[in-house]
Design a protein around this ligand. Structure first.
Ligand SMILES: Cc1cc2nc3c(=O)[nH]c(=O)nc-3n(C[C@H](O)[C@H](O)[C@H](O)COP(=O)(O)O)c2cc1C
Length: 322
């Protein structure tokens, strides 16, 4: 099985990926949070920083592009090619209101004809391999067969499916029956994404879908960064956390901004520990740098580490969907 780290905008940027690889690893490919090209075809400073030469990191990272414009996609892919990347991932699954309102991300699923024309042009003109990350549809899972028929026409390197529709965001149950439909009705290499948080979840997906050779995990890996390398050990987590926080402070030039980033991570990481809700709440509410350092230090060095995370963001485990 190949394991991919899902792109998480605001979390799995270059710094996070570098340090995750350094301290944990076990990942075949890290998918980068989306690059959203603008019409002036100019990479911002942040875009440039977040898209380093492919061979400057000791792991495989795949850039992701979020756009509905063929010329913007081709320009962004060219930037990726210039930096040595051979694969670019197209995001047609982002459910965010502002993204969908502009017809991008999952908004692309609203007009299958436009999607077909868009794919036809990019697959004709783009010299890089293209993988696609999608959902089942915009409003209802029964939109999926038509979308899959369109996706089946193109030489997609790998089709990553998050089996929910846009209106479900990341809530409720994943539609595993629709994922099974994709496997049965597509010639593509298909990757499963959604709600995997534990080794048992990975095993469950492997057993339920023996045809697939890759799974993509996001929040579950932020919660348990050692999930795929034998577990998250206290000393390793301590060193990882320390270097991550320090690097963010340098990078953002502000303790407050670094704390805001760390709080995003802690909203998931806290579920690795056996503690009451109030521990997570204290970290979330904390505004003072010294108190934040003390609280997070105490959590990492003293709280019991669970063998399996108890994800607060899921109503129920994926294993209940059988
Ligand atoms: C905070 C956050 C940021 C995300 N950013 C991206 C993104 O940049 N590109 C993308 O394709 N998906 C993005 N996603 C979706 C994830 O890649 C993934 O599909 C989703 O979290 C479900 O997988 P999981 O249950 O393993 O986390 C984001 C999700 C979250 C929660």
């Amino acid at each position: 099985m190949n394991y991919y780290f899902a792109p998480l905008e605001g979390i799995t940027g270059l710094t996070y990926r570098n340090l995750h690889h350094k301290y944990f690893g076990g990942i075949h490919k890290y998918y980068m949070p989306f690059l959203s090209p603008t019409q002036n075809h100019c990479l911002t400073k942040k875009d440039q920083r977040e898209l380093p030469p492919a061979d400057s990191v000791p792991y495989t990272a795949i850039p992701q592009v979020l756009t509905k414009s063929v010329s913007d996609f081709l320009w962004a892919a060219e930037c990726c090619g210039d930096r040595g990347y051979s694969e670019v991932n197209l995001n047609i699954g982002c459910p965010s209101g502002t993204v969908v309102a502009k017809g991008k991300g999952a908004g692309m699923l609203a007009s299958p004809d436009h999607l077909e024309n868009f794919l036809s042009e990019i697959f004709t003109k783009c010299p890089l391999e293209i993988s696609v990350k999608t959902r089942l549809g915009l409003n209802a899972p029964n939109e999926f067969p038509k979308l899959l028929t369109i996706l089946n026409q193109f030489p997609i390197k790998e089709l990553i499916i998050h089996p929910r529709v846009r209106t479900e965001f990341y809530k409720g149950s994943v539609h595993l029956d629709r994922f099974a439909y994709a496997i049965e009705n597509s010639p593509h290499k298909i990757c499963y994404n959604g709600d995997i948080c534990t080794q048992k979840d990975v095993q469950f997906i492997q057993e339920r879908f023996p045809q697939i050779s890759s799974v993509m995990i996001g929040r579950g890996l932020v919660a348990d960064p050692g999930l795929l390398c034998g577990g998250t050990h206290r000393e390793t987590l301590h060193a990882f956390h320390h270097e991550l926080f320090d690097t963010y402070i340098c990078m953002f030039g502000s303790r407050q901004n670094a704390m805001a980033r760390m709080k995003e991570i802690w909203s998931m990481l806290i579920t690795l520990f056996d503690c009451s809700d109030s521990c997570g709440k204290k970290i979330r509410k904390c505004t003072d740098y010294d108190s934040f350092c003390r609280l997070t230090e105490e959590a990492i060095t003293q709280l019991p580490i669970l063998r399996e995370v108890k994800p607060s963001w899921l109503e129920r485990s994926i294993r209940c969907e059988a």
